[in-house]
Design a protein around this ligand. Structure first.
Ligand SMILES: Cc1ncc(COP(=O)(O)O)c(C=O)c1O
Length: 421
């Protein structure tokens, strides 16, 4: 059976929303108060959902606690950045130590050097690195390096891809060319000698956790190099999925690599790594260097937290996370099918996206189907104590216990029961 738009009954949707509202009076009031200070009540677009977002009070390990005293298992982990869960004690210790001896200095320091050395040892395409304060800033710096290296202006991205919230990676920029997803033929049409760089994610993260075909990624790398453009792999989300990053696993050899999220251990960070001669364009020891300033670049506490985050993300931990994620994906699809609320799960490593419906999800366009069902699944899971993103993206942390995972399985079972009833 193929489910067409609107397979959720309006009564079920209303019932779920009414229960959500009735159990969260403090979140409702705080959101109303927040709307007087923040446009739309928020300072980050993705954190909004109707009727009002649950306001978090604190987190501990694999759990979040909201201002109404409701406890959740955290499957968001601040959008894949908290790979060891909330307030992971070794990271808390590293941050506390930095809080006592100085959080940020107007000079280089050992913490940032250690983090750089860890990243270089881990990611084969990274000979050298520059630290920024977010993945968005890292994308912007990579583009500046590419423009300086090639003397060209245009950049190429993939439709449904995401490289952060700053121009020219945001919509409607004249120098940005967008490739249709997975279309190998379009590579030769769109790439020419005006292109400075081609940016690709191994899987479209914000685009619905849609893996890109490895053959297509390699073709894009070749096409970029054929026209003299740089090939940039955005590992902001994917780095966690393999011991040396996804580019290495997929036999890609990028000129530049973007990183963020897990390399900051829960504090703000981004990084551009890559070929020595490209990174050295930013060396202040060179007279004509590309300026890369930033008051908080290489922040002491962030670097210390990021080092612990990476050191504790061992090969064994990655394999375990990925295996748990595979079982969870199978369970969720079976839970939906058995209960008459069909779900498709897309996955890369320990990052998954749960999509309503029973048709395959293989492109970013497929990840936008059934908005009411998607929204209702999110609220139903919150009612079951499972904290997910509104768009259905979830990811695992090393803080999740076997009991937590069993509770997640039950949560999806019950949410599907509510939605199918
Ligand atoms: C693939 C990818 N690149 C870049 C970014 C931007 O990173 P940040 O939010 O740290 O600016 C994100 C954020 O989600 C991302 O998923």
């Amino acid at each position: 059976m193929t489910f067409s738009p609107g397979f959720l009954s309006p009564q079920v949707r209303e019932r779920i929303e009414a229960e959500y509202r009735s159990r969260r009076p403090h979140s409702r009031d705080m959101f109303a108060r927040s709307q007087r200070s923040f446009p739309g009540g928020e300072t980050r677009s993705v954190t909004h959902y109707d009727p009002f977002p649950t306001v978090i009070d604190h987190g501990a390990g694999s759990h979040l606690f909201d201002v109404d005293g409701i406890e959740y298992i955290d499957l968001v982990n601040n959008y894949t950045s908290l790979i060891h869960g909330n307030a992971y004690p070794p990271i808390a210790e590293a941050i506390s130590a930095a809080a006592v001896t100085g959080t940020v200095f107007p000079s280089m320091h050992l913490s940032q050097l250690r983090l750089a050395e860890e990243i270089i040892a881990r990611v084969p395409a990274v000979d050298m690195v520059r630290l920024t304060n977010s993945g968005s800033e890292a994308a912007a710096l990579a583009l500046r390096i590419a423009r300086r290296a090639t003397g060209r202006r245009a950049l190429v991205t993939v439709s449904g891809g995401y490289h952060g919230a700053v121009p020219p990676f945001t919509e409607g920029e004249p120098k940005t060319r967008t490739l249709p997803f997975g279309d190998s033929a379009a590579l030769s049409d769109m790439l020419d000698d005006h292109v400075a760089a081609v940016f690709m994610e191994p899987f479209l993260g914000a685009g619905g956790v849609i893996p890109q075909d490895p053959g297509y990624l390699r073709a894009a790398q070749e096409a970029a190099h054929r026209v003299g453009a740089l090939f940039v792999v955005d590992e902001v989300q994917s780095l966690r999925n393999s011991p040396h990053g996804e580019a290495a696993r997929l036999s890609l050899d990028p000129d530049l690599v973007l990183m963020a999220k897990i390399i900051g251990g829960g504090l703000p960070i981004g990084a551009v790594g890559g070929r020595r001669e490209l990174l050295e364009l930013t060396a202040a020891t060179r007279p004509e260097h590309l300026e890369h300033a930033g008051t908080f670049n290489g922040h002491v506490a962030t670097a210390a937290a990021g080092l612990v985050s990476l050191q504790h993300l061992t090969t064994a931990a990655i394999s375990e996370l990925n295996a748990h994620a595979q079982h969870l994906a199978e369970h969720i699809e079976a839970a939906g099918a058995d209960r008459g609320f069909p779900l498709v799960v897309t996955r890369s490593g320990s990052i998954l996206n749960v999509h309503p419906g029973d048709a395959p999800v293989t492109s970013p366009a497929d990840a936008h189907r059934f908005p009411p069902e998607r929204a209702a699944l999110h609220l139903a899971l919150l009612l079951e104590g499972i904290y997910t993103t509104p768009r259905g993206m979830i990811n695992l942390s090393t803080a999740l216990s076997e009991d937590d995972l069993s509770a997640v399985y039950r949560g999806y079972d019950r949410a599907c029961e509510r939605l199918a009833s």
